[in-house]
Ligand binder design. Structure first.
Ligand code: ZN
Length: 416
């Protein structure tokens, strides 16, 4: 119901030509395809997934499956279609109902004639349900660091001679790539694509729009962002964080402990506090969307909502060692805010310890939200303080109704 309302609202704001795709899909390490949540990390990894339609109940850890249908496969060499040694980036297929996974890979092999290792870069496509793989670009000279799938096209970010990146475009069916955006001195990354316009950012913070059929026209600069992360193109707007003007550089956390002289210890933590703004993709006056955002990484826009880890420090305590004191605190206090982008500026707390009864976690990133689940990266800071263990991130699935958090074992090498 929410999705239908948002789609209706978005399509009312722009004229959609029939048959014309609306959104592009940018590469990411996690993506929902149907009920499957896929994961693959950069450089040497397998495509793994968990099925959100079939999450085992009562388990603390959900073991992922490898996206491979070969019987008896160890998923450890090139004979496995889901084992992508030298993976540089991947994206799900944008077409509704498609299960294809597009990826770029740096393949290395030993050339017997040249008597040395040879590298080449490819773009390929995996159909995980059948195990079929098709390579559509061979022998590309430079590493491909980002993919963007739009309609029947593949846009890719490729290194050049200068070590910066250019954007190229080619048909999904294969063929010669064409240069789409050339970096002039400053490096660039792709931000997204909507209604036939690709948006990218240069290292000086400039956000540019480049229509797909613009020929030799210069891309237009829309705005300058101070932060290089957390920028989204969505529903006719560009969303971006702006450092909160009133925020101090650091904050002193109240602590019950005292030092050897009996003076209270007040650990200082660096403050990253931002407001989210949005501006029309054609430019204009920026408007605030949500205030008090902790981080510029780890946020997500999905189905009409902006999700952010909250900015709410909680101090647990310190542990003394020879190297000095280690202070344990949560930045988010386990809270996630969601702002409805279709109207108003209110944000609601969709995750919090008081709602769910958990405590002591720090949410670092939100990757996917469905009707039933949030898929997150979090740190168990309170447990680390209590046990003295190293603070390590884990992927976790939160069931929204019950508040149950399960660890998702992505990134571990295993055979199944
Ligand atoms: Zn395999």
């Amino acid at each position: 119901m929410l999705l239908a309302a948002v789609l209706a609202c978005l399509c009312g704001a722009v004229s959609c030509a029939p048959g014309e795709p609306k959104w592009g899909v940018l590469s990411a390490e996690n993506a929902l395809v149907g009920s499957r949540l896929y994961h693959a990390a950069r450089v040497s990894d397998t495509f793994q997934y968990i099925d959100l339609g079939d999450v085992p109940g009562g388990q603390q850890t959900i073991e992922p499956k490898v996206a491979c249908t070969v019987k008896g496969c160890a998923h450890s060499d090139d004979s496995c279609p889901a084992y992508i040694r030298g993976l540089t980036c991947w994206a799900r297929d944008p077409k509704p109902g498609s299960h294809k996974l597009w990826y770029a890979q740096m393949r290395t092999y030993f050339d017997a004639e040249l008597k040395k290792g040879v590298r080449h870069n490819v773009i390929a496509c995996l159909k995980p349900q059948s195990g079929e793989t098709a390579t559509v670009l061979w022998d590309w000279k430079y590493a491909i660091d980002q993919l963007l799938l739009y309609g029947e096209e593949i846009y890719f970010l490729s290194k050049n001679e200068e070590g910066t990146h250019d954007i190229w475009v080619m048909p999904q069916s294969g063929g010669e790539p064409k240069l789409f955006v050339q970096a002039h001195g400053a490096d660039i990354i792709m931000l997204g694509m909507e209604d036939g316009v690709l948006y990218y950012m240069s290292e000086d913070g400039g956000v540019f729009r480049a229509p797909r059929n613009s020929g030799a026209a210069q891309p237009e600069r829309i705005l300058t962002c101070e932060m290089p992360t957390g920028i989204f193109v969505y529903g006719g707007y560009i969303y971006y964080p702006v450092r909160y003007k009133g925020a101090p550089e650091y904050e002193l956390l109240p602590a019950a402990e005292t030092d050897e002289n009996g003076e209270p210890i007040k650990p200082a933590v660096a403050v990253n506090c931002y407001d989210y703004y949005r501006i029309k993709v054609t430019g204009g006056e920026p408007k605030p969307v949500i205030t008090g955002v902790q981080a510029t990484i780890g946020s997500l826009i999905s189905e009409g909502r902006l999700y952010c880890p909250a900015w709410d420090f909680e101090y647990y305590g310190s542990v003394m060692s020879e190297g000095g004191a280690t202070y344990y605190f949560s930045r988010s206090s386990g809270k996630v805010w969601a702002a409805d982008l279709s109207g108003g500026q209110s944000a609601e707390l969709i995750m919090s310890p008081s709602k769910y009864g958990y405590a002591g976690i720090d949410i670092a990133a939100i990757y996917a939200v469905t009707d039933k689940y949030c898929f997150l990266k979090l740190y168990d800071t309170l447990a680390a303080y209590q046990t003295g263990e190293e603070i390590k991130p884990r992927y976790a699935l939160l069931e929204k109704e019950s508040g149950k958090i399960s660890t998702v074992g992505f990134d571990s090498r295993y055979a199944s």
